[in-house]
Design a protein around this ligand. Structure first.
Ligand SMILES: Cc1ncc(COP(=O)(O)O)c(C=O)c1O
Length: 386
């Protein structure tokens, strides 16, 4: 069985042409395409260039399949999932649509990615909300600080599942229990964990989960999805709606209806017609996650990270800067040393693709990586430290 899974990872790696040229550890920035993604996009491009057939109906079918695919991947139901163009789309649905009153407080960590910060800042200005920044501890989210800052008017915690620069995975079950007890909405930016760290949105008690798919989900830029719990779906009133928020039953020869009800599902908040090239690319990418399973992907990634972490621990020139606690580790591993900028340039010059974030080298390990990739990196690190 173990061998069978290892073989499937090897076969999947063969679908990623970049593996023959570069050692890629940068999925936390953007995911590379595999050949099925490229082929799906190319096929649609050719169809549009030929312009003989209207493919819009296919887009409705694919989108509906995708809502179901994402629901299965995060433990939700199809009606709780809608398609968006990035993470910010779902954050905006929450920030501008949740039933909040002037004076209500929103809690945001001081180490949040700007997508969370700027969305809520605009909503706060427009809606008279108050934003409270939670101080992190050693640059990790601090649950005690959360508890200390919950007051009478606190209604929302908006948080990343996995922190973008150091890979710290938040303990969503504990955090959501705190939110539930204090009648707060929990809004999760999921992009740095989606596809690599298993998640059950219902068990985690999340109200809004949103993720772009161009990073770990290995899909085109400009696509993503959002989840809304039943509890909030009916309460949310964003300042935008579109004609595809109602059911045309994919019949577009009778469009003069003005009284159709909006979908009784998260789909009602989708915004007009689909980015079809993206949708088709995303569908091909999602198949890989269904085939391998997110549990297996996590185990694969963590095993490779362990191999690297063992080396780092044994070389005093380097130090680990991420959490390796089982609850908090993710598929992002970070470490630091003297001369990080120089090391980063050296790695890039040797076709090891990764980034320098906040003074640490960020290694994003994904399903197409293998032990040889890690050993190449170790070899370079060894040379640099001497
Ligand atoms: C935690 C986090 N949230 C959001 C984003 C991006 O937001 P969007 O998908 O809306 O561009 C990133 C990275 O680009 C990120 O690391």
């Amino acid at each position: 069985m173990k061998e069978d899974i290892a073989a499937r990872f090897r076969e999947t790696r063969a679908l990623f042409e970049h593996t023959g040229n570069v050692t890629y550890f940068n999925s936390a920035s953007y995911g590379p395409f595999c050949t099925p993604v490229r082929d799906a996009i190319r096929t649609n491009l050719d169809l549009r260039v030929a312009a003989e057939r209207d493919d819009s109906h296919d887009a409705f079918t694919t989108s509906d399949e995708l809502r179901n695919d994402f629901a299965e991947l995060i433990g939700a139901e199809k009606k709780q999932v809608g398609l968006g163009m990035n993470t910010s789309f779902g954050l905006n649905i929450a920030a501008f649509g949740l039933p909040l009153k002037a004076g209500d407080e929103v809690l945001i960590s001081d180490i949040e990615f700007p997508a969370v910060v700027y969305t809520w800042r605009a909503a706060a200005e427009r809606r008279g909300l108050k934003i409270k920044r939670l101080a992190s501890k050693d640059r990790f989210f601090d649950i005690d600080e959360l508890l200390r800052n919950i007051g009478e008017r606190t209604r929302v915690l908006s948080l990343s599942y996995v922190q973008f620069f150091n890979g710290y995975k938040n303990d969503l079950e504990t955090i959501s229990e705190i939110c539930r007890k204090n009648r707060m909405y929990l809004v999760i930016d999921g992009i740095q964990g989606m596809g690599v760290e298993p998640l059950d949105v219902k068990k985690s008690g999340i109200n809004v989960f949103t993720s772009g798919c161009h990073k770990w989900m290995l899909s085109p830029q400009g696509c993503g999805f959002f989840y809304l719990s039943d509890e909030v779906c009916d309460l949310i009133k964003p300042p935008f709606m579109s004609w595809l928020g109602v059911d045309w039953e994919v019949k577009f020869d009778d469009l003069f209806h003005v009284d159709k009800p909006y979908f009784d599902s998260a789909r009602r908040f989708e915004m007009g017609f689909y980015a079809v090239l993206n949708i088709l690319g995303m569908k091909a990418a999602v198949r890989i996650f269904q085939d391998l399973g997110i549990d297996n992907i996590q185990a694969h990634n963590h095993a490779l990270i362990d191999r690297l972490a063992d080396y780092i621990r044994g070389n005093s020139f380097y130090r680990i800067t991420c959490s390796m606690a089982p609850k908090h580790r993710s598929s992002i591993f970070t470490f630091s040393c003297d001369n990080v900028d120089k090391l980063h340039r050296r790695l890039l010059d040797n076709k090891i693709i990764l980034v320098n974030r906040e003074g640490s080298i960020r290694v994003s390990v994904h399903l197409f990586n293998n032990e040889q990739d890690i050993d190449r990196l170790i070899e370079m690190l060894d040379g640099f430290s001497k």
